[in-house]
Design a protein around this ligand. Structure first.
Ligand SMILES: Nc1ncnc2c1ncn2[C@@H]1O[C@H](COP(=O)(O)OP(=O)(O)O)[C@@H](O)[C@H]1O
Ligand SMILES: O=C(O)[C@H](O)[C@@H](O)[C@H](O)[C@H](O)COP(=O)(O)O
Length: 177
């Protein structure tokens, strides 16, 4: 489906991966952004095989081999939503993971939710009933390769309200790379 941007043509609905470390707000902001943009939302947490969930629950970080099939499934979701548009929240911590996703959906763009360890640790710790142990946050930051200036998308600081983050995306999307 396409949405009209002006009288002269149409642009495809956004196809976005909301990325960042655990607790950065991917699920919350991804859902709000999808609602604002009028496209479907999915949470990559729901794509993990049970073994990955069990590993993280036990306090062990995932490795590249654990993440590969999970990223393939997310890439397939993106490819399926290429025409309709959509937002999926996915940590996508390393550049090579993002390259894998774009391999499935070349027009996908990333929204990197960036924040200090202090802000994110506080949010992660105050989140009730989630399988991800706060102790894994250090490995998430150690693994994170921030979205580079040569990668498609934009970086948004999460030290502001959810509505403000969504509004910042809307304001900047037109000039995003
Ligand atoms: N901008 C924000 N301001 C305040 N609280 C937030 C914001 N974004 C997310 N949160 C809260 O922080 C916690 C972590 O957010 P969540 O969306 O679960 O992150 P992630 O999906 O990246 O792990 C949740 O309790 C959520 O309600
Ligand atoms: O790549 C990974 O190590 C995981 O995908 C991880 O980044 C993800 O964050 C977990 O699924 C926890 O879920 P939350 O991000 O919702 O805390």
């Amino acid at each position: 489906m396409t949405q009209s941007v002006d009288g002269s043509g149409t642009a495809p609905a956004p196809l976005l991966v909301v990325m960042g470390v655990s607790g950065s707000g991917k699920s919350t902001i991804g859902a709000a952004l999808a609602q604002r943009l009028g496209v479907p939302f999915a949470d990559a947490d729901d794509f993990h095989p049970p073994a990955n969930i069990a590993k993280m629950t036990a306090g062990e970080a995932l490795d590249d081999d654990d993440r590969f099939p999970w990223l393939e499934a997310i890439g397939e979701w993106l490819a399926e939503h290429d025409e309709r548009g959509g937002v999926i929240s996915c940590s996508a911590l390393k550049r090579k993971y993002r390259t894998q996703l774009v391999g499935h959906a070349p027009r996908a763009r990333f929204v990197h939710l960036d924040g200090s360890r202090e802000v994110i640790a506080r949010r992660q710790a105050s989140r009730p009933g989630h399988f991800m142990p706060p102790a894994l946050l250090a490995s998430q930051f150690a693994t994170l390769e921030p979205l580079g200036p040569d990668e498609p998308g934009l970086v948004i600081d999460v030290d502001q309200s959810v509505d403000a983050v969504v509004q910042e995306y809307v304001d900047r999307a037109g000039s995003a790379r």
